[in-house]
Design a protein around this ligand. Sequence first.
Ligand SMILES: [Zn+2]
Length: 321
Amino acid sequence: MHRDVAIILYHDIAEPVHPLAKHLGMSVTPDIFRQHVRYLAKNYDLISAGDLLSNNLPRKALLITFDDAYRSMLEYGAVILKEASAPAIFFGISATVAGPSIPLDNVISLAVEELGISRVLSLLELENREISSTAGLIAALLPELKTRDITVIKEKLFSSLGTTEELVHKNSHLFLDAGDVAELGKYRIAIGNHSMHHVFLRGLTDAELHCEICESRELLERISGQSVDYLAIPYGSELDATETVLQMARTSGHRGIFLVHARSNRFRPAANIYYRVDAGSGPAETLWRKLQVEPMLRTVRDWARRSRRRVSPIAEVVPAG
Ligand SMILES: [Zn+2]
């Protein structure tokens, strides 16, 4: 059994939400985020990336993390965290920060907002599938894509929108740039790696994985001037934590790997693999259930399922320790 630590995940802090993020369900209002941080500071011992590395954890350790590349991390997140003297890790998508790459899920959100989901499904030749939401579309389309497929799909969607990736990236003012990321260092915010292009890793070739994991880490270290010690797997599924991914992450210098399964970290599969809980956008009162109750229930449920199957998928791919 490992030392317990709760790790919470945020993405975008916005009101209203930009069309590039509107259909992804990843945004929380600044007011709710401030309430969350006050609640967490009052009820937990907030720790930093360095504390996690040292493994010298207080009894009610909690780490705040942010994923993706939204500028709201600096505009609202850093300021509100500072009010509570709360440290955090920001996991950046390096090609979005360095510009002008936009993750495919953001492009799909924009296309759904501008064209409607029926037209987007038709463009992507998915009209015969029973898909009624952006989340369903992403789950059906994205996990097995290769880098070249993503390029073709993005070109098709931008062409239908009558614009280009470069123009949308520049005019949206939605994403952090390299200077912004360097500025995060002035706050108690460590920089982590969230891949080069925010893609599912499970179907990629070794060369594509090298770009997403190793080159992305190097780029983020150059941009931020900080050591990048952690990798957050895009979309957070253990299905993307393949043996090759874990080995490449470790040998390229990552000292911890983060998933997004709301399970207890007391029972995580290896000392340097961590589960995270998505904070959601509800009021602070929902956090106790999300952080204390649901992870334990899910851990028990997963144990029951695996003992029925007599195999643990992650045990097969994750070396102990
Ligand atoms: Zn992400």
